[in-house]
Design a binder for this molecule. Structure first.
Ligand code: ASN
Ligand code: ZN
Ligand code: CA
Length: 334
């Protein structure tokens, strides 16, 4: 029986999972027919082309441990799982069928280059690429990273937020917001949902995450609050304002423990913000991104866009609308 969760993935970050494969003669190829024929390829350290479609005679992919071998399939198992969960997140949360909402899957490439410490989406190939990391850093194939990168494809195909200045920060935050949405959606016991980005890949070598949504400045570079110079920061730092907004809108200010992680979210004006829950906050951000934001949306316009979205979804006198206004004010976007 082809293509319905018939394969086993032994991932590095998410335990043993079911995957889709397609039988071809005596081998099984990592092609997901339930999700737009998303395919997973091994670049085996090359930096161009598609490499080879990942295949297994046993229909088991990976070993569950990090490997430096260029023929390793563990990174492929994580990448295929991340793509599947990202597809399912968008479909079930927003009714979106794939990155372009046309039912067509992207493809993933693992083992890019030599000790490459990054992952990226490329809209021109409509594909996802993962490096293996270096030293302490393992492959960049964790769920939130996969969801982050593929969400760049969604942004490119909707609002098209320019990747510089304040719109660039909003572009990056959109990927952190939906990457986090994917992680909570997957509800995987080995990688439970949190408001941290990249907590699994140990990119700093000391176990700390790459970014913090409750208090972005904890990474040493991100902005907690808007200021007139925030657009001069790298987009991975100016994103802090919107990540902080999203955390406050979802969970509220102050201290809160979720899935064993304790957050402490401050506000610019010292006001207390009451969260409306992540599910509603995601709907508001998605509607704003796909209906009201454009390539040049800045923070002030993002406030308007999300207020318009809250008004359309819940009404202009709703608790949700008021919470959006309060959360933006709490990050100094008036
Ligand atoms: N991993 C990075 C990101 O998605 C790649 C980049 O800098 N564009 O933001
Ligand atoms: Zn990004
Ligand atoms: Ca995370």
């Amino acid at each position: 029986y082809q293509g319905i969760e018939n394969a086993t993935g032994k991932t590095l970050y998410s335990g043993t999972v079911t995957l889709n494969s397609v039988q071809s003669g005596s081998t099984y190829q990592l092609t997901d027919t339930a999700r737009g024929n998303h395919k997973t390829y091994n670049l085996a350290r090359k930096t161009s082309g598609t490499g080879t479609l990942v295949a297994s005679s046993t229909n088991v992919f990976g070993t569950g441990t990090a490997s430096t071998s260029s023929s390793d399939q563990t990174a492929a198992a994580d990448a295929a799982y991340g793509a599947a969960e990202t597809w399912d997140f968008y479909k079930s949360t927003f009714g979106r069928s794939g990155i372009k909402n046309n039912g067509v899957g992207a493809y993933s490439r693992v083992h890019y280059g030599n000790a490459y410490v990054n992952a990226f989406w490329d809209d021109s190939c409509f594909c996802m690429t993962y490096g293996d990391g270096s030293g302490n850093v393992d492959p960049l194939t964790s769920l939130d990273v996969a969801g982050h990168e593929m969400s760049h494809g969604v942004t490119a195909n909707t609002a098209g937020l320019n990747y510089s200045g304040e719109s660039g920060g909003l572009n990056e935050a959109t990927s952190d917001i939906f990457g986090t949405g994917v992680e909570f959606f997957a509800n995987n016991a080995s990688d439970p949902g949190d408001y941290l980005i990249g907590e699994k890949i140990d990119i700093n070598g000391d176990g700390s995450p790459l970014r913090y949504m409750d208090k972005p400045s904890k990474d040493g570079g991100s902005a907690d609050y808007w200021s007139s110079s925030v657009g001069n920061l790298d987009v991975h730092y100016s994103s802090g304002v919107a990540n902080h907004f999203f955390y406050l809108l979802s969970e509220g200010s102050g201290s809160k423990t979720i899935n064993g992680v304790t957050y402490n979210s401050p506000t610019y004006n010292g006001s207390a913000v009451t969260g409306i829950g992540r599910a509603k906050a995601l709907q508001i951000w998605y509607k704003a991104l796909t209906t009201y934001m454009t390539s040049t949306t800045n923070y002030k316009a993002a406030r308007t866009a999300t207020l318009n979205a809250a008004s359309a979804l819940y009404g202009s006198t709703s608790t949700e609308y008021k919470a959006v206004a309060a959360a933006w004010s709490a990050v100094n976007v008036a």
